[in-house]
Design a protein around this ligand. Structure first.
Ligand SMILES: [Zn+2]
Ligand SMILES: [Zn+2]
Length: 256
């Protein structure tokens, strides 16, 4: 499954990229500053170092299932109050940061950014942070939360699908990005209460009949995790279709 380029092709690809950068210097997707000026990893992350330092990346104790902040005292992490009553169907959440400030702006960009620069840059940051955890989880397949075709047509962009493809590429596993589908265009979750968000999606997703999961460990990608209702419903149908376990990856988690 490896997509690594042969050395000569890689040389040409890098030379071509360097030539393009000279002609059209790439810019930070957050502040529009020139990326070549001060960024070693600009080849894969189009967010300049000063902007990266402004991102609210999680460095506090979080619930392993829903990534909400949890209290910790004396080296002991206490139980999560946020997801205890919700029976979330996924096993764990890997969240890059809090849905605030610059990270919030970048996640918003993934919803409209047709060339996927913001989405891919956020996944490169996630890869840098979670590479060893993802390796330990031994993920077999990556997928994305479903977006109804009408919504995709209206937006012209499917951010979670772009992100799922990038992380699958990094993991060298297949991306079955549209394996989970919505059976109808459900009303948006925004503005609904916590229980209503779960009710709104109950029974609204299916796994396409041509996908055979065979006890696969699945990674599902979404842009923001709030209550976890969307990812939980996707995880429910994936588990019913045979998945062994489901992990969620999101660039941002709403502050609890
Ligand atoms: Zn910047
Ligand atoms: Zn939790």
């Amino acid at each position: 499954m490896s997509r690594a380029l042969a050395p000569s092709r890689r040389w040409w690809s890098e030379a071509y990229r360097a030539g393009l950068d000279l002609l059209f210097p790439r810019r930070c997707v957050a502040c529009n500053d020139d990326l070549l000026a001060h960024d070693a990893d600009a080849a894969s992350i189009s967010i300049c170092s000063p902007c990266q330092r402004k991102l609210e990346l999680i460095d506090w104790p979080v619930c392993s299932r829903c990534a909400a902040p949890v209290p910790a005292t004396g080296g002991v992490t206490l139980d999560c109050n946020h997801c205890r009553g919700d029976k979330l169907r996924f096993q764990r959440t890997l969240a890059l940061g809090s849905y605030e400030g610059l990270l919030r702006q970048l996640v918003m960009r993934t919803k409209t950014d047709r060339n996927g620069v913001a989405a891919n840059s956020l996944m490169e940051l996630a890869w840098r942070r979670f590479e060893s955890q993802l390796a330990e989880l031994d993920i077999d397949i990556v997928t994305a939360v479903p977006m109804h075709r009408w919504k995709r047509w209206q937006r012209g962009v499917n951010g979670p699908l772009i992100m799922a493809r990038r992380i699958a590429e990094r993991l060298h596993v297949p991306c079955w990005g549209e394996m989970v589908r919505l059976v109808r265009n459900v009303p948006p979750q925004v503005g609904l209460s916590r229980p209503a968000r779960f009710r709104n999606l109950a029974g609204e997703m299916v796994v396409g009949p041509s996908y055979h999961l065979g006890a696969a460990r699945v990674l599902i990608v979404d842009d923001i995790l709030t209550t976890g209702a969307t990812c939980s419903e996707a995880a429910r149908v994936l588990l019913r279709a045979g998945a062994a376990e489901v992990t969620v990856l999101v660039p941002a988690r709403t502050p609890a």
